[in-house]
Ligand binder design. Structure first.
Ligand code: PMV
Length: 318
């Protein structure tokens, strides 16, 4: 059996503004998806039992699917299997990343699958090849809609500066608490909504996006110095600007305010496209415990996530 795992991601600063050319900052997180491949004569079976969804399995020969909610994962896996012309295999997916939450779960699955399937076939791809192929496959499955950020973070890990091009940043880990609203988010519709509003208020949006880009830039030395207090302040300012462009929701705001209030966070903001999905908070002096409790009390699902996590890797053979 060959197993590879890849990290999910969060956007720390700069979402939406990045679509119009401002800088954003993303980090790989220590929540991972893993894909195992083993020989199984006469069939191709994909099984996922830990996708933060109901367990499901799909027999690609018979077409039997035990849980239609998770069918999305099989589309990525079958794209990878087709690419490598892989037959007679069983593929198992395990993931601690919720799907459709903006945490890069599909990119982590594609990247881990590309490494697992290629290694299983005895072919060793470079990280650059894995990132490029995974981006192509994710975009193909998502009908042309994918940014290379998620697959790059899943492949290389660490932090990425995203602007006209994507470049790595050498920064220390940052411990955050992520709150999942449980409401699936739709990146495409949120981006379209923002871009439509921007057309009507071009001058205002130019200023807002410029301010968001400045926040991303200012955050880099603060993360280097692990200056939680000022990173938190920037999160709060960035959140306000995301509210201004219309990507917040009642659920997201309830989690953000619960974190800043009872949770004692130094700062909290939406992460990713918004409309649903997740928010992030930086723990205050009382630590992660009160934040986790505050998120649960506000009906969210909390996770601890450390940014700057390792990229795709082969796990020990079982
Ligand atoms: O929904 P997510 O977490 O993948 O974030 C999307 C970030 C946007 O800036 C809204 C879109 C993009 O492609 O950069």
């Amino acid at each position: 059996m060959t197993t590879a795992s890849a990290p999910g991601k969060i956007i720390l600063f700069g979402e939406h503004a990045v679509v119009s050319g401002a800088m954003a900052l993303g980090g790989a997180i220590d929540l991972r998806a893993s894909v195992s491949v083993q020989d199984r004569a006469g069939c191709i079976v994909v099984t996922a039992d830990d996708l933060m969804l109901q367990g499901f399995s799909l027999d690609l020969q018979s077409g039997r699917l035990s849980s239609p909610e998770a069918a999305y994962a099989t589309r990525y896996i079958s794209a990878v299997l087709r690419e490598f012309d892989a037959h007679d295999v069983e593929v198992r997916i395990r993931s601690s990343l919720p799907a459709s939450a903006g945490l890069g779960s599909s990119a982590a699955i594609v990247v881990a699958a590309v490494m697992a399937v290629s290694s299983h076939q005895g072919c060793s791809l470079t990280l650059k090849e894995i990132a490029a192929l995974s981006f192509r496959l994710e975009r193909q499955v998502q009908d042309g809609l994918a940014s290379p950020t998620d697959t790059a973070l899943a492949t290389y890990g660490g932090y990425l500066k995203i602007s006209s091009e994507i470049s790595p940043l050498d920064l220390p880990p940052l411990e955050l608490v992520v709150g999942y609203t449980g409401v699936p988010h739709n990146t495409k519709s949120e981006v379209e909504k923002v871009q439509k509003l921007k057309k009507r208020y071009q001058d205002l949006f130019d200023h807002i996006f410029q301010a968001i880009g400045s926040i991303s830039l200012r955050a880099v030395p603060l993360i280097k110095d692990q200056n939680g207090a000022e990173i938190g302040e920037l999160m709060n300012i960035n959140h306000g600007l995301l509210e201004a462009i219309g990507v917040s929701s009642r659920e997201l705001c309830e989690l953000v305010y619960a974190c800043r209030g009872a949770g004692g966070a130094l700062g909290a903001k939406i992460t990713g496209a918004g409309g649903g999905g997740c928010m992030i908070a930086i723990p205050g002096p009382a630590g992660k415990g009160p934040l986790m409790t505050a998120i649960k009390q506000a009906k969210g699902r909390p996770f601890v996530a450390k940014t700057g996590a390792e990229g795709v890797r082969l796990e020990r053979e079982e």
